[in-house]
Design a binder for this molecule. Structure first.
Ligand SMILES: [Zn+2]
Length: 230
């Protein structure tokens, strides 16, 4: 609920809040945490199906994880601009690798209606809009557009294991009709890459050209290999 987020923001202003990254009293993200997450350069995420195509700003761990969780689970609308700024770096890396010329569409991975209602805002849409706005200021022909929808019957990913996630997401995204475009996908977190793979298949079947995906964070690999930015 948006008003709840606003009330919480007002309360923070009036009585002092704390940093969602480290818990210190102060703004919703303190300068030290902001510096820390901004300081991580985008890196390609080692995913089997989408190697070299997905870029993230850091591991879904520590301060970055705390900031994303606070944004998603505590109606942290105030953290969206920072997360969008981080996503810009990932999308810019995708563009540097695979874009040559022509207009680009930034497309969010959709969330379920229940998730958006509980959160009070549509995080991935706001990220996509923030990314497009920032890059268009640099002179690029780039805009945000919702081009994927969740097919009926898709459950929320929360609480599902890896196998269930894959089954749940297979054929669960549908591309909306529209003219063919060069597309960069945007999401907050990539875990197995199953969602992005499903989205890539749908978009390519619908005639789009997928340039890649820019995400804020990638969950650490289960095999323990770290890929933290230097
Ligand atoms: Zn902090």
């Amino acid at each position: 609920m948006r008003w709840r987020g606003l009330l919480e923001a007002a309360a923070d202003l009036a009585w002092g809040g704390s940093c969602a990254g480290c818990g210190r009293p102060g703004p919703v993200c303190c300068p030290a945490c902001a510096r820390l997450v901004r300081g991580q350069p985008p890196r390609p995420v080692p995913l089997d199906d989408l190697a070299g195509v997905v870029w993230a700003r850091g591991e879904y761990a520590d301060e970055l994880r705390a900031l994303i969780l606070a944004c998603k689970e505590r109606q942290g609308l105030g953290l969206v601009p920072l997360l969008a700024e981080l996503a810009v770096g990932s999308v810019a890396a995708v563009l540097r690798e695979s874009w040559r010329s022509g207009p680009v569409v930034v497309m969010p991975i959709p969330s379920s209606r229940a998730t958006v209602a509980a959160r009070g805002f549509d995080l991935t849409w706001l990220l996509a809009r923030g990314v497009a706005r920032r890059l268009s200021r640099l002179g690029m022909q780039i805009r945000a557009q919702r081009g994927l929808v969740l097919a009926a019957g898709t459950r929320d990913q929360v609480g599902l294991g890896v196998v269930d996630r894959t089954v749940n997401r297979q054929h669960s995204l549908r591309a909306l009709p529209g003219p063919a475009a060069q597309v960069v996908l945007v999401d907050d977190i990539v875990t197995t890459g199953a969602t992005l793979t499903a989205a890539a298949h749908e978009l390519e079947a619908a005639g789009h050209r997928l340039l890649g995906a820019g995400v804020v964070a990638a969950t650490p690999r289960r095999d323990g290999r770290r890929w933290r930015s230097p």
